[in-house]
Design a protein around this ligand. Structure first.
Ligand code: MD3
Ligand code: FE
Length: 216
């Protein structure tokens, strides 16, 4: 039994096409989980998870932090990228090399060679936490894909279309799954259904999602 058997006979992660431009790479980061979790611990030691406030005044149920040259933030003034962590006034922690390599390799597998993220948003969900339907529009270049990495408890991801009322697909995202969102999928409406109760062997009662982006 080699690690290759954990994937399939070709050694490739299983690929599923979700929609034009959206490719799910099942178990793509399996062999890098320990390095990813250690890197996340390093980031959160410098920039702890926090519950940000939406422009409408609601507390987000997912806790968030960032690393990289810039980070996504929200407060009463709006959604935007900021070079500094508003909690500390310091720059966000540097992007760990394992995030960069994973992003570049996954994007390549999803048909986007040369992807180099400058921002990683780290979201932590506990049972009951959700993310309501939205588009990611705060980045400058919509030609660049977003690479997302799911760790810990499984989630039901909602993938809609170009308008808020388009019918949504429900996609189960599990520990180790990576999705590349590019092309026509890049501006699709999407969200996360309330996380179900559970206990993950590595992450306990939580799900962590990384989104690797080119924001600047
Ligand atoms: C589809 N995060 O942080 S990752 C977000 O699971 C966000 O934490 C979710 O949506 C999470 O903005 C979903 C999957 C994802 C990320 C970005 C996308 C899907 C996307 C951008 C465009 C289309
Ligand atoms: Fe999003």
């Amino acid at each position: 039994m080699t690690s290759r058997d954990l994937f399939d006979t070709t050694g490739e992660a299983r690929r599923e096409d979700i929609a034009p431009g959206a490719v799910l790479l099942r178990s793509f980061c399996r062999e890098r989980i320990d390095a990813l979790l250690a890197a996340i611990d390093g980031v959160t030691a410098m920039a702890p998870f926090r519950h940000m406030t939406t422009p409408g005044g609601y507390r987000m149920s997912a806790a968030m932090t960032n690393c990289g040259n810039t980070g996504w933030v929200t407060d009463r003034k709006g959604y935007r990228y900021s070079a500094a962590d508003p909690e500390s006034g310091r720059p966000w922690p540097a992007m760990p090399p394992v995030f960069l390599t994973l992003a570049t390799e996954a994007a390549m597998a999803g048909g986007h060679p040369g992807f180099l993220p400058d921002a990683a948003l780290i979201n932590r969900y506990e049972p009951g936490a959700r993310l309501s339907l939205h588009q990611d529009r705060n980045e400058r270049d919509f030609a660049a894909p977003i690479v997302s990495v799911s760790l810990g408890l499984p989630a039901t991801f909602l993938f809609g279309g170009e308008t808020r009322t388009d019918k949504q697909q429900r996609i189960r995202l599990q520990h180790g799954d990576v999705v590349v969102w590019g092309g026509p999928a890049r501006l699709a409406f999407h969200g996360v259904a309330p996380l179900k109760e559970g206990e993950h062997p590595l992450l306990g009662r939580s799900r962590i999602n990384l989104t690797l982006r080119k924001a600047l």
